[in-house]
Write a protein that binds this ligand. Structure first.
Ligand SMILES: *[C@@H]1O[C@H](CO)[C@@H](O)[C@H](O)[C@H]1NC(C)=O
Ligand SMILES: *[C@@H]1O[C@H](CO)[C@@H](O)[C@H](O)[C@H]1NC(C)=O
Ligand SMILES: *[C@@H]1O[C@H](CO)[C@@H](O)[C@H](O)[C@H]1NC(C)=O
Length: 403
């Protein structure tokens, strides 16, 4: 009888944590009254950021509540900023909301995390009110807040200390979040690079004629990885050695024809096509991450993202610490020697990079979860993590049989 209580607790923890790899789209799909909110979480790519985080609260409003927001006809970025105000970087379940010590608290939101919110504009004040109500109000840059116009309605999903999805009565508004931002047509990516430490790369884009291809892709969505000036200067002798076509291909290799926020890159692993990809000339590279550092592996070099110049749907430009060398132009690193004769054919079969929407890699998701685990509970990936549970279950049953 003795091993039973000792065994039950970890077993229950495992069972509970099986739901861990949360998917906000799927959670809300069970509630048609939130379909508009859910739709805009996907449109603004906030869903990837929510799914990636391990301690989070999402405040949703029903379709009627969303019509107040949509009536404002905000552009995509302000709309995303307003919705970001509804995602708290902390866990607030119904119980915690009703037991706020001192009666009120302030919490940071994903709008604050964008770095676009001035002062305290990215914070929300939560107040425990008379009659069991809980009110929410956004702060302005100076820390002032409006009437508590939005109140807690009910809990939708609650995984204690991981994710809480709650319904609130009204959309949270803030002039800072709603403020218009420059449209994609106004973003001049080469000027942006020149001002932020990537002038040499911008000059190469202009002089080679590759700039036009980048500019043409801005409206439909683009992600650019630019080597910083110091990195590029040591590469220039090799660059000069390339043919004119080779130079253009190398530069186009640093652009991806889809928008990828840093949050999206941090939650994805896998091959990514580039602006240089054309038919059998794959010119792709692999995105690898441990949940924090994003690495780009070309099989010749592995570069790391070291900074963000802009991350504003549909344009993202990041700094990298190495020039990306495509294996179509440079020799692969000796650590991964490919069989000479069958190389081309083999890559075609295994790379499978038809679209720039890489799949996920279970091993690194697992690493991500362990790294971010601040509750001390053992976590298992919901998608591929049933095996350990089955093992524990068998041990548990075995234990019962022994008893
Ligand atoms: C989340 O769920 C939606 C709907 O079921 C699905 O389309 C999407 O691919 C899922 N996302 C992830 C990251 O699994
Ligand atoms: C970007 O700005 C530079 C300098 O002002 C200008 O020469 C260039 O034409 C601009 N590019 C685009 C695409 O507007
Ligand atoms: C340039 O190309 C020549 C001939 O292919 C080669 O010998 C030389 O090492 C190359 N230089 C650089 C810096 O890559």
């Amino acid at each position: 009888m003795i091993p039973l209580p000792a065994f039950t607790l970890p077993f229950l923890l495992l069972l509970l944590s099986a739901t861990d790899a949360h998917n906000i789209t799927r959670i809300l799909a069970n509630h048609p009254e939130f379909s508009t909110f859910n739709h805009y979480l996907t449109t603004t790519h906030l869903e990837a950021e929510i799914n990636r985080r391990r301690t989070i609260t999402v405040c949703v409003v029903d379709n009627a509540g969303m019509s107040d927001l949509l009536a404002k006809h905000l552009a995509l970025t302000p709309l995303k900023n307003v919705l970001s105000l509804h995602v708290f970087a902390d866990y607030f379940g119904a119980k915690k909301l009703h037991q706020i010590s001192k009666g009120s608290t302030t919490t940071s939101t994903l709008f604050q995390a964008t770095g676009e919110a001035a002062g305290t504009a990215g914070y929300v004040k939560i107040t425990d009110m008379k009659g069991g109500k809980v009110g929410f109000a956004t702060l302005d840059a100076e820390g002032h807040y409006d009437q508590l116009t939005s109140t807690f309605v009910k809990s939708i999903e609650d995984v204690p200390y991981v994710i809480s999805v709650i319904q609130i009565s009204h959309i949270l508004m803030s002039p800072e979040a709603e403020a218009p931002v420059a449209g994609p047509g106004d973003v001049n990516i080469t000027t942006l690079m020149e001002k932020q430490g990537c002038k040499a790369f911008a000059d190469l884009l202009k002089n080679s004629g590759a700039e036009e291809t980048f500019v043409q892709n801005v409206e439909g969505g683009i992600t650019v990885f630019c080597p910083t000036d110091g990195v590029l200067s040591s590469f220039m002798p090799s660059y000069k050695n390339l043919t004119t076509d080779g130079k253009v291909s190398l530069l186009l290799y640093h652009g991806v024809p889809v928008y990828q926020s840093l949050g999206m890159l941090k939650s994805k692993n896998g091959p990514m096509n580039t602006l240089a990809t054309e038919g059998s000339n794959k010119y792709d590279f692999k995105v690898e991450n441990n949940g924090e550092d994003v690495k780009l592996d070309t099989k010749v070099v592995t570069a790391t993202i070291t900074g963000t110049l802009i991350d504003q749907d549909p344009v993202a430009v990041y700094k990298i610490d190495k020039v990306l060398l495509p294996r179509e132009l440079f020799k692969e690193a000796p650590v991964a020697p490919a069989p000479k004769g069958s190389k081309g054919a083999k890559e075609k079969d295994t790379a499978a990079a038809d679209a720039p929407g890489p799949g996920t890699d279970d091993a690194s998701i697992l690493a991500d979860q362990t790294a971010n685990d601040n509750n001390g509970a053992l976590r298992i990936n919901g998608g591929g993590g049933w095996m350990p549970i089955v093992v524990v279950l068998s041990l548990f049953l075995g234990c019962l049989v022994v008893i």
